[in-house]
Design a protein around this ligand. Structure first.
Ligand code: VGL
Ligand code: ZN
Length: 204
């Protein structure tokens, strides 16, 4: 059994507080994929206003600076996808109605979470792996934003949790800072994530 995992197609990343270039162009493709899959799961970046990943919460820091945290290096982002704000809502063009599950992540003040499976401390789990296992899903197809952060970490963790994982590349959009896209592609490839184009699925 397979599932489509739609990562963070939210206002914040589509023209919002952490706008990702050209991210609106992938939404029609994602909608066609949603129509094609029987099981659709959405993730939602969902931070408290005092979240540790926001540069505004650190004196003297600028967007894309990094800090060292107990769990490793953390990129500092413009404040985005704050709980209860329109920035955190799914983009209006996304056909979100069909989704059976929404995983909210990044809501612990002291821990960021790019992955839909496990937060950046690499200890705190979201419960997604258990949900998929209980549903008998062994194969996940990942789309959404951003290719080099939440999509990549989610795909890599999907493999780590024992799932067959494919990223549908033309249904993703990257941030691409300081070589992050090349690194993410190499990291995903190294653990066995597969890559396809949406037409490989939609035209069959
Ligand atoms: C993301 C940076 C910060 C993402 C989320 O969805 O890729 N990137 N929060
Ligand atoms: Zn975030």
């Amino acid at each position: 059994m397979k599932a489509l995992l739609v990562v963070d197609v939210q206002n914040g990343f589509v023209g919002g507080n952490l706008a990702v270039a050209n991210s609106h162009t992938i939404i029609p493709t994602i909608n066609r994929l949603i129509a094609h899959f029987d099981t659709v799961i959405l993730t939602q970046d969902y931070h408290p206003a005092d979240h540790i990943s926001f540069y505004q919460n650190h004196d003297g820091k600028a967007p894309f600076d990094t800090i060292e945290l107990p769990y490793g290096t953390q990129v500092l982002w413009n404040a985005h996808c704050v709980q209860g704000t329109s920035d955190a809502l799914f983009h209006a063009d996304l056909q979100a109605d069909k989704a059976q599950l929404i995983i909210r992540k990044g809501y612990h003040r002291h821990i960021d979470s790019y992955s839909a499976f496990m937060e950046a401390d690499r200890v705190t789990k979201t419960g997604l792996a258990g949900y998929l296992h209980e549903r008998g899903i062994d194969s996940v197809y990942v789309v959404g934003i951003a290719t080099d952060f939440c999509v990549a970490w989610t795909a890599i963790d999907a493999v780590a949790f024992g799932f067959d994982c494919t990223v549908i590349t033309d249904a993703t959009a990257p941030i691409d800072i300081n070589g992050s896209l090349d690194k993410a592609m190499a990291d995903m490839t190294a653990v066995g994530v597969k890559f396809i184009n949406s037409k490989d699925i939609l035209n069959q």
